[in-house]
Design a protein around this ligand. Structure first.
Ligand code: PLP
Length: 237
């Protein structure tokens, strides 16, 4: 068994254990394998082991992988910061975008989504705890942005995403994740098609699942540490 296959099994077991300890069905939590900076061969190994959903942060790098692996039935999620001048590449190549934080980007994606593809699944990114980060909107801004996005025919609003700031302990992680879960349920009341709360990484996965996350984003625990010094990966910050 490859280490990637082994790691995937371990992560799935952790998801199952986290679900068991809060009485949730593990089927309700999707594992998004974050493959940024990792080669196509690593993604193929994970796909051979049954992994379907992959997350990429850098547009150019992600698009190259999507195109190289076009013969496989994988589901590609864009999870990095998105600049307007790169939106077309995301609209044309990805199935999901997790980092919508302004109407301008949403409108561009809506216009640029090819008619031959199903609507682009989008998540609104909430800046839930990290005031120093510029990514994401406040919860106060959510109703207006959700309303505007829900009227764009080539986008499908599926829910919320957050990257909480690191917390000192489980109780604080849980408190932040519960704030997200409350916003998610409130949004679901208004938009019944909403079904995705993208929340939880390696360090806060248990708290995220206990709070109600439906999608955890895990990279290093599956693919190993990233080497940002490598010349073989491009990224576009
Ligand atoms: C890189 C990244 C992850 C995965 O991080 P790891 O520490 O490698 O598990 C998850 N979510 C987002 C938005 C990321 O950029």
């Amino acid at each position: 068994m490859s280490s990637i296959e082994h790691n995937l099994q371990q992560v799935q077991q952790k998801i199952s254990a986290a679900c068991a300890s809060c009485g949730r069905d593990p089927q309700t939590v999707t594992l998004l394998a974050v493959s940024k900076t990792k080669p196509v061969s690593a993604i193929e190994t994970a796909a051979d082991a049954g992994q379907i959903a992959f997350g990429e942060n850098y547009v150019q790098e992600g698009v190259e992988k999507v195109q190289q692996l076009a013969n496989r039935a994988l589901i590609w999620h864009f999870i990095g910061p998105l600049q307007s001048n790169k939106s077309r590449l995301v609209a044309e190549n990805f199935a999901w975008c997790h980092t919508i934080d302004r109407l301008r980007i949403a409108s561009r994606l809506n216009e640029q989504r090819p008619a031959v593809l199903p609507p682009l699944n989008v998540l609104i990114q909430i800046n839930i705890s990290d005031e120093s980060s510029k990514a994401g909107i406040s919860l106060a801004e959510l109703p207006a942005l959700a309303d505007a996005i829900s009227q764009l025919p080539r986008l499908r609003l599926r829910g919320l995403m957050a990257i909480p700031a690191p917390q000192p302990d489980y109780a604080s992680q849980l408190a932040v994740c519960q704030q997200m879960a409350a916003a998610f349920s409130a949004l679901q009341q208004k938009y019944p098609q909403i079904d995705t709360l993208s929340l939880g990484m390696s360090d806060d996965m248990d708290a995220a699942i206990a709070a109600g996350s439906t999608m955890v984003r895990i990279g290093t625990a599956i693919f190993g540490a990233r080497d940002y010094g490598s010349a073989s990966v491009h990224h576009n910050h």
